[in-house]
Structures are given as C-alpha cells and as structure tokens.
Design a protein around this ligand. Structure first.
Ligand SMILES: [Zn+2]
Length: 647
C-alpha cells in the first residue's frame, strides 16, 4: 500500500473536512502549465484507424512519455499499447529517435534537443471494437501520450476532434467557441475546453452519420442528454416510451442519490450489430453499446433494461465514490478490486431497482430476472471453495475467458452476489425500522456526501460503509458484511428475497421474461437446462458448461462436447427438452450420442425430475418489501404506446 493509499483510506472515514482534501482540484494545480494539445482525427474511422497529432510542452533533456495501462472501469490492464502504431516524434520539423522502455512497454523515451519547448508526436491506433462504417467511439486512451510518473489529474490537456463529414458528435466535453456542435461543418476541427488527462480519459466521444441528441428531464439541473448513433437511420430515433423512461430514470436517480457529481451528463448509446456490446461508466457520461434493435421493442429492450441505469448509477457509485485501492493517481499502477462488491455489486442492485422504478422494465420482469440471477448463484458450486471477496480481488484475471467449468471456477460474481447482498441489507433495514427507512437513506448519505459537485473522486473503505449503514439503522454491519463477503457460503444469500416477501422456487415452465430473453428478439443464445440436467448448450448442441455435481456431470459429459442425438432423434433444443419431460417419473435414462473431439460415444443421463426454471413466488401474509423497493419515488411519465408485461 503506497503512502497515498494509506492517507486516502484513513481520511475516508473522517467525513466532510477530509472530503475537501481528497477532491481533485485540477485547475488550481495546473494553472501554470501549458496544456498538451491533442487533435484526434476520426476521419479514417470506416477503415478502423484513428490518428492523433500531439504537441507536448517540454524542456530540453530526456523525457519519458507513456500511454495508459490500467483503464478505470475495465478492472484490468486494457491500455491499447499493442494497437498504437506509426509513432513519430519531431521537434522543429526534425525527426527524433525514441526507445521503448525495456520493462514498461507502455513508455517511450525521447531526448529533447536544446532550445526545443514543444515536442510533436504523431500516432495512429488500429481500432478493433466500438466502430463500424457509420459510427465510431473514441476512448481517449487510444490516442493519449503524456509525461510518465506524474499524477494524471495534474497534466493539463486540450482536446480537438475531426470527424467524417456530416457525422454528429456526442460527448460530455465542453466545446469551445460557437461551432456547429453537435454536427460540425465538413472538414472543421471542434476544439474543447482545457481539461486534465484524468478527466479526458473519462470523457469518451461517440460520432456517427445517423446521430440524434435528446434532452432528458429538462426541468432537472444539471442538464442531461442522450446521444445516439446507429448503423441504420431509423434505429437512433428512440421510441417515445424509451425517452419517457429515461426522463424517469434521471428524476429517480437524482431523488435517491440526493446529489449530482457532473456539470452535464451525456448517455452515449450506439445501436449496431457490428460495433459490439459495451457498458462503461464515466463521471459525466457513459458508453453504452447494444445491438442494432436493442431498444426497438419491449422484447429486445428486456435484455438491456438495466444497462443505462447501471452505468448512470456509476457516476455516483464508482466514479465519485471510489474504493481507496481501486483509485490510483496514474494509469500505470494496478487498480485493486477487493471492494468491487460495492463498486459493481451495489451498482448491479441499484441499476436493476432504478430500471424498475423508471419503467425500463416492469416489476414482474424485475422479479423474474432476480430469480434467474439468484438461482444461478445458488447452483454455482465454486462457492464451496472461493469466497465472494476473492472474485473481486481476482477481477482482472476473471473477466472474459472460456465459460467451460465456470460454475466450478466462479467468475466476476461480485456483481450478482453484491446485488443479493444489498437487497438483503435493504430489506433488513426495512425490517429493523418497520419499513420507515431503507437503503435509499444509506444512498443519500454515502453517495450524496458533499452535495452537488463537479466530476470528482472521493475514496472510501469498508469502515465508512459500516459507519454510514449504522447511521441509518444500528446493527452489527461489520459482521453482516464479513459473513457474506469474506466467508465461504455454499448457498446464495436469498435472505433479501425472503425478507422482501417472496421465495425462490422452480417451475416446469420458464417465466415470461426468461422465454423472452431466449427468444429470437432476446439476445441470449442456445437453451438453458441448467436446473434440471445441468447443461448450458448452444442451438447447435455444443455444451458451454456442465453443472459441477449435476446429472450431466455424473454422466461424465464435459464443456466443448457436441450433442449429436437425443433419444434416437437428431439434436435440437426442443428434442432435448422433450427428452427431459418424458424422463420425468420414468426409470429409463436420457440417451445421448455425443461427439468429443474426433470420437463419437453414447452417454446416459439418469435424471427424472422434469424441467426446472427459477421464479419468485409471493409468500402471502409477509410484507412485500420487494414491491415497495421497485415502486417509483417520483411521478412517472408514461408514453402512450407503453404496455410492459406486468403479469
Ligand atoms: Zn458496472
């Protein structure tokens, strides 16, 4: 732990006086220094290339410049050093030699000749994601170069931007002058106000031919916008119901979090089957990527229903309030994940709750998806060896990767474990206070600390969480958190569901929401017979995961095997489900013909309990806190065509 971290963690519990100290006063610290000038050229975006011209104020002698390694919000070192190409340094028009650092591959060493005060750098970045023929997302780390070993908030930088003719620009950066923002004149360069490297990295840009900007909840200050680009002209014209729900979201968040920590907020949304899915939080914006039809109708929207609410919540929980060890003063040092069950886990909870309160999904859909999440955790056998905190500490090695045996390995479970934990805390507070107080009161304290601020970072540790929870409802919160986060728990924490007036049950038919999510409009592929025979399997029959100790594990099946036939029929999802149904109460096992590598072998699954799909069932006579939690706090707006399935 570095000196800075020690200082941050000990101050984080001291409250208001300490808050001022930890806040990042960028302007005062950097007023004397000339800013780096960076011109990002996106005109080659359709060829998946970005270019940058960078002017760095320097003095003569050796300088070390760096590109970012640890990208905030990614929870792992994803800096694009390997995609940066065509690097040329010049001074007064003459090329200068450079050498990469031998141990830190993100750093360039250059010797600046006498009398030179501006070092020019050109670089290109090969872009492989968040880009299509009609749109581009610029995360500034792709083009950034700045002095190494200085806190990035102390390095002033002025960005400018060139986009293809006719493309609109969405960003939280402040444009300078009176250009034709957000759709600049062809060939023009849009210049933005001076900021610092920390803030620039946190201020992505989306640009596209089919661009729409909508103002949200216009009576709310500061101002909120959603900027949308899409591959087809119609997709970026969001449905009136979606806009009404986003107006609700802005109002609901401001009410519960009791503050704003941005000068303006821009939801940035791409709709493309090419540019890829994304959800990355920033202080004053969020980068959201969904499929082309992601918000085109209620069925598509269900799979994305919490995305915007989740990333928006991060402006408070994650960007403003940041775990002390996840915050580093530069992008070189490792960002440590041990408190991600707050950063991501509480955001997972709040994002789903806000989505339900705003109408982005119905209360019934909220419950259906909570059931799916709780059931999945409850059958994750890896919980027998690995505590939730370890999934957070190991976040950077758990992200992505092969799904094989992932229920035995566990993944980034701190998201969904956190959701159950904070639901447990919310319903417990309600129980302790006879429903007079809730986790909303905790958010007002924890996220609202300091009132309205600009985009700042205020760190916290576990002690502060415990102190703030005690302020809402006295309880042994240290023990509560320790038992759920640090200890091995063979079963998932469903106490919140039960205190909320429901119980997790299994039916022989999937809920309406699960059916929608696995339909052609929903984005989930394959079939899920996890809670019966213990398989996740693609439409083509390839097994992605086998439930450890489940019936298919006992039959010695494995991820990667391909099911060719079921009970004498060629494999299909329906044939497998029919086989599970007809084996119910019978004695004959389910017969499979399976291809493993280049071998074909028969297998038998000895399972006779029928199909099983998770759902929440109301427990009559108990307080329905779960319904209270998902009820809007503000007067909600409804668009005329909106008819969500509230069964
Ligand atoms: Zn998140």
């Amino acid at each position: 732990m570095s000196l800075f971290q020690l200082r941050a963690s000990s101050l984080a519990v001291v409250s208001a006086a300490a808050l001022g100290f930890l806040v990042v006063p960028s302007v005062a610290l950097t007023a004397q220094k000339a800013p780096i000038q960076i011109v990002a050229d996106l005109t080659d975006a359709p060829r998946k290339l970005y270019h940058a011209e960078i002017d760095l104020p320097v003095t003569a002698g050796p300088v070390t410049l760096t590109t970012p390694e640890w990208i905030p919000g990614n929870h792992r070192p994803t800096g694009p050093a390997d995609d940066i190409t065509g690097v040329v340094f010049t001074a007064n028009g003459a090329k200068l030699p450079w050498r990469r650092d031998d141990t830190n591959l993100y750093e360039f060493h250059v010797t600046v000749p006498k009398g030179v005060t501006t070092l020019h750098a050109h670089l290109d970045c090969i872009v492989t994601a968040r880009i299509s023929q009609k749109m581009a997302v610029l995360e500034w780390e792709k083009l950034l170069l700045y002095p190494a070993n200085i806190p990035v908030k102390e390095i002033p930088v002025q960005p400018s931007l060139k986009v293809p003719a006719g493309w609109g620009i969405g960003t939280a950066l402040t444009p300078e002058g009176s250009g034709a923002y957000p759709v600049p004149a062809a060939g023009s360069v849009t210049k933005y106000a001076v900021t610092n490297v920390e803030q620039l990295e946190d201020s992505p840009v989306i640009a596209g031919e089919y661009f729409h900007e909508f103002a949200l909840a216009p009576e709310v200050s500061p101002k909120h916008f959603i900027d949308v680009v899409s591959d087809s002209p119609d997709d970026s014209k969001l449905r009136p119901s979606v806009l009404a729900e986003l107006n609700n979201l802005v109002r609901e968040a401001g009410t519960v979090y009791n503050s704003h920590h941005y000068r303006v907020y821009h939801f940035l949304l791409t709709l493309s089957d090419v540019a890829g899915g994304e959800g990355l939080e920033h202080g004053q914006s969020s980068d959201n990527g969904v499929g082309e039809k992601g918000f085109a109708d209620d069925a598509h929207q269900l799979g994305e229903s919490d995305l915007l609410a989740h990333e928006f919540t991060h402006s408070w929980n994650g960007k403003y309030r940041r775990p002390f060890n996840l915050y580093q003063t530069d992008f070189e040092k490792m960002q440590q994940g041990s408190l991600l069950w707050v950063y991501e886990g509480m955001t997972q909870y709040l994002g789903n709750v806000l989505a339900a309160r705003s109408g982005l999904k119905s209360q019934a859909q909220y419950r259906d998806m909570l059931a799916m999440s709780a059931a999945q955790l409850d059958t994750k056998v890896g919980r027998e060896w690995r505590p939730t905190e370890d999934t957070a500490i190991a976040a950077s090695i758990l992200r992505g990767g092969n799904p094989a045996w992932s229920n035995w390995k566990r993944g980034q479970d701190y998201y969904q474990e956190g959701e159950l934990l904070w639901l447990d805390a919310d319903t417990l507070i309600r129980k302790l206070t006879n429903n007079k107080k809730s986790l909303d009161d905790f958010q007002k304290i924890f996220l609202g600390k300091g009132g309205d601020t600009g985009p700042e970072i205020v760190t916290y540790n576990r002690d502060e969480i415990i102190k703030d929870l005690n302020e809402v409802a006295p309880y042994d919160w240290a023990k509560f958190l320790h038992e759920r986060v640090d200890e091995i728990n063979p079963r998932a924490d469903v106490a919140g569901i039960e205190q909320g007036g429901y119980k997790l049950v299994y039916h022989d038919k999937p809920t309406k929401s699960e059916t929608t999510l696995y339909s052609s409009e929903g984005r989930r592929a394959g079939i899920d017979v996890w809670y019966s025979i213990g398989l996740r399997i693609s439409a083509e029959g390839v097994i992605s995961d086998v439930r450890w100790n489940g019936p298919s594990d006992k039959a010695r099946l494995a991820p990667g095997y391909k099911v060719l036939a079921v009970n004498g029929h060629i494999y299909s999802g329906d044939a497998l489900k029919d086989a599970i149904k007809s084996a119910k109460g019978a004695t004959d096992p389910i017969h499979l013909i399976v291809q493993a590598d280049t071998f074909v072998t028969p297998y038998e699954i000895d399972y006779h309990d029928g199909e099983k799909y998770p759902a929440l069932e109301r427990v009559d006579g108990t307080p329905a806190y779960l319904d209270d939690i998902t009820t809007a706090r503000t007067k909600t707006e409804k668009a005329p065509e909106e008819k969500k399935d509230n069964e």
